[in-house]
Design a protein around this ligand. Structure first.
Ligand code: SAH
Length: 484
């Protein structure tokens, strides 16, 4: 295999970053080498130019499609190929869902040692418009494999949070947009088909305010200039909107003019600045100042109300989140008197969802501010049967068990990508709750942790996948385990 040479490749699989994967039989080494090709999808036969040769694998650029996959579709977004955001837009939505479901099953089998993983899996839940859902029913190949969560916009405009970088294009014009794949150059063009539509007029208004008042954009190379990012959050149920400008300074000049233009947009509830003067890739700094309106917006998941400030964590796909939490609640199968532990609870989203059906819910989370939000959210919903702990789940649960003799009928975990610490799983096994519900954003670590649980007295009952990140590669899974 040689750099800059063109090969004809059949794409067979999808990699972790959404890129297509094919193979070349390398005559020189006698090896079969994997080639990662961005923008190619399984089933494509394509001419691919090798751009990086890494000895055991290579990266290729899609030069020409010789025969397209039956699942290839025209991306809806004009910038899909350049943008680093959606990686699967050229793959039909049904094919995306089938791929994600299969990826989870493969992990459960290969890493988790679970035989015939598909037999535990419920149909994957995707987002469809009414019309699409009807069309789906007519496609027999997906019968019993895909469940439609019917919503107004289907799998588009589903995100409630966007963070647009601000900068200059080659001609020195002020732009806001998204980063191109693997770079920090901004693709100008402020319409994004997975964000709330209101982002577009908001960005226009902010850019016009900046231009009209001589406000500069931040330049990360020389660490000069003011506005770094524009953070937008929308409460999908309440319609409330938050705009927060992340700035490399303490003050925003003529901020009253910014407020003037933004308050003309229906639903505007909170306008603020966040101060981030560090040379860092982190988007938000540690302090916020409200310029106008409230310091937060409100939204609902199911009938639980949440207050969301610029810095708090909140699920980005509220429509699917409600379904996912509903499933976690169904798996927990509460009848009213149970003791439930919700580990990695964030702002208490799952805890409060469960509290209405449980005797008592205990939440554990490492970030103190998230626990402040969790307590506040309990108060505004009049929920009293919850208690929250700040700390590492793998420290708090063993401590409470050993020192205070706490017990659990049900334990729910929702860890970050790296999964659960073995000390924690060991404590769960010792406490032996009847049910263990695992919510996961990474099928590989999920499978690793399930393997541990299955070897220590637990039995896998059911698995359900929810497409929270339509057109992106990630997938959210919820599993039910029972104590043998
Ligand atoms: N269940 C919440 C949050 C899930 S995200 C929701 O659905 O909204 C995972 C959370 O785990 C994050 O809030 C993160 O801060 C927290 N976390 C990470 N490591 C942790 C640990 N060792 N112990 C407790 N919480 C942890």
């Amino acid at each position: 295999m040689k750099k800059n040479e063109i090969y004809e490749i059949t794409i067979e699989d999808i990699g972790n970053d959404g890129e297509g994967i094919g193979h070349i039989d390398d005559a020189a080494s006698g090896k079969r080498l994997a080639v990662f090709v961005k923008d190619a999808v399984p089933g494509d036969v394509a001419k691919v130019k090798i751009i990086k040769d890494k000895k055991n694998y290579a990266y290729g650029r899609l030069e020409e499609i010789i025969s397209p996959s039956k699942d290839r579709v025209e991306p809806r977004c004009k910038s899909a190929r350049a943008c680093g955001g959606c990686t699967l837009q050229q793959y039909s939505y049904e094919a995306q869902l089938m791929y994600k479901q299969q990826k989870v099953a493969n992990c459960l089998e290969r890493i988790g040692g679970i035989e015939d993983a598909m037999s535990y899996m419920e149909p994957i839940t995707g987002m469809f418009t009414d019309e699409e859902a009807q069309a789906l029913e007519a496609k027999s190949e997906f019968a019993g494999r895909i469940r439609a969560n019917v919503c107004e916009k289907g799998h588009w405009n589903y995100r409630n949070k966007a963070q647009f970088p601000v900068g200059y294009d080659r001609d020195g014009r002020l732009v806001a947009g998204f980063y191109a794949g693997r770079t920090h150059s901004i693709i100008p063009g402020i319409s994004c088909d997975i964000q709330a539509e209101v982002c577009e007029p908001i960005l226009e208004a902010v850019l016009a305010y900046m231009e009209g008042n001589g406000i500069t954009a931040y330049d990360e190379v020389c660490h000069k200039g003011l506005v770094r990012h524009i953070l937008i959050r929308v409460g999908f149920v309440t319609g409330q909107i938050m705009v927060c400008l992340v700035i490399n300074g303490d003050k925003l000049k003529y901020s009253d003019k910014l407020v003037d233009v933004l308050t003309g947009i229906e639903g505007m509830t909170s306008v603020s600045i966040n101060i981030n003067k560090e040379r860092t890739n982190r988007i938000l700094g540690d302090s916020c100042k409200t310029l106008w309106g409230k310091a937060y917006i409100e939204d609902y998941i199911g009938d639980v109300k949440y207050q969301i400030s610029p810095m708090s964590f909140y699920q980005v796909n509220p429509v699917q989140t409600a379904k996912l939490y509903g499933k976690a609640l169904e798996y927990a199968d509460l009848s009213g008197g149970e003791n439930v532990w919700d580990l990695y609870c964030g702002i208490g989203t799952i805890s409060l969802f469960l509290a209405k059906k449980a005797g008592k819910v205990y939440g554990v989370e490492i970030v103190p501010q998230a626990i402040d939000d969790a307590k506040q959210n309990a108060t505004i919903n009049g929920i009293n049967n919850v208690e929250f702990f700040v700390g590492k789940a793998e420290e708090v649960l063993p401590r409470e068990y050993k020192e205070n003799g706490v017990y659990a009928d049900v334990i729910v975990v929702d860890p970050p990508r790296k999964g659960c610490d073995e000390v924690l799983l060991d404590t769960v096994v010792t406490m032996a709750p009847k049910k263990f519900v695992y919510v996961s954003c990474d099928p590989a670590t999920l499978a690793r942790d399930l393997k541990y649980m299955l070897a220590h007295g637990y039995k896998l009952e059911k698995v359900a996948c929810y497409d929270q990140f339509c057109h992106g590669g990630h997938i959210e899974t919820v599993c039910l385990l029972s104590c043998k």
